[in-house]
Write a protein that binds this ligand. Structure first.
Ligand SMILES: Cc1ncc(COP(=O)(O)O)c(C=O)c1O
Length: 379
């Protein structure tokens, strides 16, 4: 009999909630997609390249024009020299980049250290490649990483450490100190690092995103993943990229060519032009920071505890002063009685640990945020 590989994995929380709220008046703040218009310059470029009949397959590593635009962009932002030819691959979103990187490194019995709460695609990708996830809880209340605890878990089976900064869904961000600790732990080992940095343009309060790319020695053993979908409000386009040293990238590309072959061509042309000439990163973080402040300004008069979000477009709310119910139950109650869908944080932990915390996305129109937040004030 064929054993189902991912028998314990159910639908992700965003899909579950979107199915529950379908055809109802419930305001869904547990949406994974930002609900914000993208740049019309970008859609104009997409239209132009679709009309130009850019219909052929592009190169499996990605259109060279887009890889070059990414290399220039990374040089401008992080001062790093990355080879478009050998060290950048365009992927069908960050999810595919993550799966392909994991499947390039992890084999039966390998251990992969990851931090919870964790984005839902990491564990299934590890398990379907025969790996064993080794979980470390982020420290509360700031969701920073306990590097001492990580050090104790490292052994000869440790193959990979997966990090995510800015972190979905807590909004925690890496500091230079985190990078230094990660570098120290991996120094002299064969451990690879995957750094999910898809929220790199959403960092607030004057802080800067600290990329794994900023440290040459750490970057050499790492794969850095980003997503144009999240950066430019086009999540449904499903295009992202990963960066890795030539050796690591050669391994990733072997899998890439069979897992996805090539990513759609016209949108790669559009993104290449957009990155080269039109992108303005400052407006991205400003726009999201304003939304965070807007909604939190209303929620400060609620009974919820606002847990500071330093990045991403997610906000966590503690409710231990309001109810003792489990977060899944309390989320359901708020949805049914107050008409707002929030996500329970426990679903991002393998052991479903419940700290009485709910979360939401503020990547929504301010009218929607205002209406939802005013409902939450009634609780
Ligand atoms: C942390 C994290 N990683 C990866 C992804 C997937 O990104 P993509 O849509 O580019 O596959 C998401 C989507 O929101 C995410 O939040």
């Amino acid at each position: 009999m064929i054993k189902e590989k991912l028998s314990i994995i159910g639908k992700d929380i965003y899909t579950v909630i979107s199915e529950l709220v379908q055809d109802t008046e419930i305001i869904n703040l547990a949406k994974i997609s930002p609900d914000i218009p993208c740049s019309t310059k970008l859609t104009d470029l997409a239209t132009k390249y679709i009309k130009k009949k850019s219909t052929e397959y592009s190169h499996p590593d990605g259109l060279i024009e887009l890889r070059e635009a990414v290399a220039n962009d990374l040089e401008k932002r992080y001062g790093v020299q990355i080879s478009a030819q050998n060290e950048i691959t365009i992927t069908a979103g960050a999810t595919q980049a993550m799966y392909t990187a994991i499947s390039s490194f992890v084999k039966e019995g390998d251990e992969v250290v990851l931090f919870e709460p964790a984005f839902n695609s990491y564990v299934p990708a590890i398990q379907s490649n025969g790996g064993r996830p080794v979980f470390v809880h982020r420290k509360r209340p700031d969701y920073s990483i306990d590097w001492e605890a990580v050090q104790k878990l490292i052994n000869t089976r440790t193959k990979l450490i997966i990090v995510n900064t800015p972190h979905n869904p807590t909004g925690a961000i890496f500091t230079e100190e985190d990078i230094a600790r990660l570098k120290k732990i991996t120094n002299g080992t064969k451990i690879n690092v995957i750094s999910d940095e898809i929220f790199e343009h959403m960092v607030y309060d004057g802080s800067k995103h600290v990329s794994v790319l900023s440290n040459k020695q750490l970057a050499e053993r790492s794969v850095i993943i980003s997503s144009f979908g999240i950066s430019f409000n086009v999540p449904g386009w499903k295009i992202g990229y990963c960066v890795a040293s030539e050796d690591l990238m050669a391994r990733i590309r072997k899998n890439q060519q069979f897992q996805v072959n090539t990513v759609n061509t016209p949108l790669q042309y559009a993104l290449a032009d957009y990155l080269r000439e039109l992108v303005n990163y400052e407006t991205i973080s400003k726009q999201f920071e304003e939304k965070r402040n807007f909604v939190n300004d209303i929620l400060k008069d609620s009974r919820f505890e606002i847990i500071p979000s330093k990045g991403t477009f997610y906000q966590l709310l503690g409710y231990s002063q309001i109810s003792e119910e489990k977060d899944t139950e309390f989320a359901r109650k708020i949805m049914n009685e107050y008409g707002v869908a929030l996500f329970p944080l426990s679903v991002f932990y393998h052991d479903s640990i419940d700290h009485k915390i709910l979360g939401f996305s503020f990547a929504r129109d301010e009218k929607v945020l205002s209406k939802a937040a005013k409902q939450l004030l009634k609780i």
